[in-house]
Ligand binder design. Structure first.
Ligand SMILES: C[S@@+](CC[C@H](N)C(=O)[O-])C[C@H]1O[C@@H](n2cnc3c(N)ncnc32)[C@H](O)[C@@H]1O
Length: 196
């Protein structure tokens, strides 16, 4: 609790009504890389409790839509342009929903997916890479040509394998650690623009 009180992003998130301090990571990614624009359809994988979806909702505006996907329940939002889906992100129901209910191409896929952390660096970074790979294969099913993709990874021995997996899929790829990332965290994000 005392750690949270000292954390400026925790306080800022509370003041602004964001559900997670991680909202600021997405704001910082957006400011630096302009991954979303007004009117976009954004799919947010691993969205609970909803901090990233709130930020994406602001950037896409009332003509845009955010589909917030998590296997955990997500509390209802005040933002009318966010649709919540309680699903495993690999479920075929996600593709069905996008094809049959939304009926438009996806402009941006975000993945802040995370599992339980064991404390073993190699194991955790491999698990995170596996989630990033799953997010990429899910994204490739519905991301439009020239669409953007952002995924969380942990710095670790096998990051190169994932980089090889994505390098021919996007025109622009960059690793970045937003300033709002906790100093003690191994996480960073891979920002991929313009799906080929
Ligand atoms: C770090 S949290 C996301 C925080 C979120 N970006 C925010 O700002 O509120 C990671 C989420 O990934 C979800 N997750 C992990 N694996 C998943 C899967 N296979 N399908 C759906 N959600 C998953 C977890 O349930 C968890 O809610």
């Amino acid at each position: 609790m005392s750690y949270q009180r000292k954390d400026p992003f925790y306080k800022k998130a509370k003041d602004k009504g964001y559900r997670a301090r991680s909202s600021f990571k997405l704001k910082q990614i957006q400011k630096k890389f302009s991954i979303m624009k007004r009117g976009d359809l954004v799919v947010d994988l691993g969205a609970a409790p909803g901090g990233w979806s709130q930020v994406a909702s602001e950037f896409v505006g009332s003509n845009g839509t955010v589909v917030a996907v998590d296997r955990l329940p997500i509390r209802e939002f005040q933002n009318e342009n966010i649709i919540r889906l309680q699903l495993d992100m690999q479920s075929p129901k996600l593709l069905d929903f996008l094809s049959n209910d939304i009926k438009r191409e996806v402009d941006v896929v975000l993945s802040d997916l995370a599992g339980n952390v064991s404390g073993n660096w190699d194991l955790d970074s491999d698990r995170q890479l596996y989630l990033a790979s799953l997010a990429l294969s899910t994204a490739k099913k519905f991301l439009k040509k020239e669409g953007n993709f952002v995924t969380k990874v942990f710095r670790g021995a096998n990051l190169k394998e994932f980089e090889d997996e994505i390098k021919d899929e996007f025109e622009f790829i960059k690793h970045w650690r937003p300033p709002a990332t906790r100093k003690t965290s191994a996480e960073e994000y891979i920002i991929c623009k313009s799906f080929i």
